[in-house]
Design a protein around this ligand. Structure first.
Ligand code: ATP
Ligand code: MG
Length: 203
């Protein structure tokens, strides 16, 4: 049985916080692979700065050099609202012999009780939660106690703290500032070549 980590996100754009979270989760839970799942954004939500195709291409560039990381298009293919429960039910149907883990940063961990059909979802995946500074999430002491159905279903893993968000990167690009070292070099060159989130590179 393979142990598969699922890393969902808007990835608008993917950055080193996402990659380090995935790698830390892989190590902590001895995952065979991590699958990155860019979400398609429903029309009534704030729209991403880049198209699904562009966000997908950036993830592909970011993970190309890691044999254990791959892209999973399931949510982009589905269009419309992406609910994690629907994604997980479908992935389990496609891969009945694998065990699935859902990877989240601290901000998403605190949000879990509000996820659609969370109680059912908690029976289908083990969550892996990574600490994340500033960008979101409640401080340890402010956390609500977990509902019973999540207790024992979340593995807390550690990573070097990365105070970077996609929002920061979009803002920096809009201001014409550098994003070097905040994203893998292949991602930076693709963003600047296509002029995503800000000015096209002149060279
Ligand atoms: P945005 O600012 O647009 O919300 P983001 O940086 O939060 O972007 P998302 O695509 O929203 O990125 O996040 C996808 C997943 O990665 C979430 O589970 C989130 O908690 C996690 N994550 C994002 N950045 C970090 C980080 N720096 N450290 C740990 N986890 C992170
Ligand atoms: Mg976010």
């Amino acid at each position: 049985m393979r142990r598969i980590g699922l890393m969902g996100g808007t990835f608008d754009p993917v950055h080193i916080g996402h990659l380090l979270a995935a790698e830390a989760a892989r190590e902590a839970a001895e995952l065979s692979e991590v699958w990155f799942i860019p979400t398609s954004v429903p029309v009534h939500k704030p729209q991403p700065g880049a198209s699904g195709a562009d966000r997908r291409a950036l993830v592909v560039a970011a993970i190309a050099d890691h044999a254990g990381f791959r892209l999973e298009d399931i949510e982009l293919d589905r269009q419309g609202a992406s609910y994690t429960i629907d994604t997980v039910v479908e992935l389990r149907r496609r891969h009945p012999d694998d065990a699935f883990y859902w990877i989240v940063g601290a901000d998403m961990r605190d949000d879990l009780p509000r996820w659609r059909r969370i109680e059912e979802l908690a029976g289908l995946v083990t969550f892996i939660a990574l600490e994340r500074p500033a960008a979101g999430g409640l401080a340890e002491g402010e956390r609500q106690p977990l509902p019973a159905y999540l207790q024992g279903r979340i593995l807390d893993a550690h990573m070097p703290q990365i105070g970077i968000s996609s929002t920061d990167i979009r803002r920096r690009r809009a201001e014409g500032r550098s994003i070097r070292y905040m994203v893998p070099e292949a991602v930076r060159t693709e963003i600047e070549r296509k002029g995503l989130y800000g000015p096209r590179a002149v060279d």
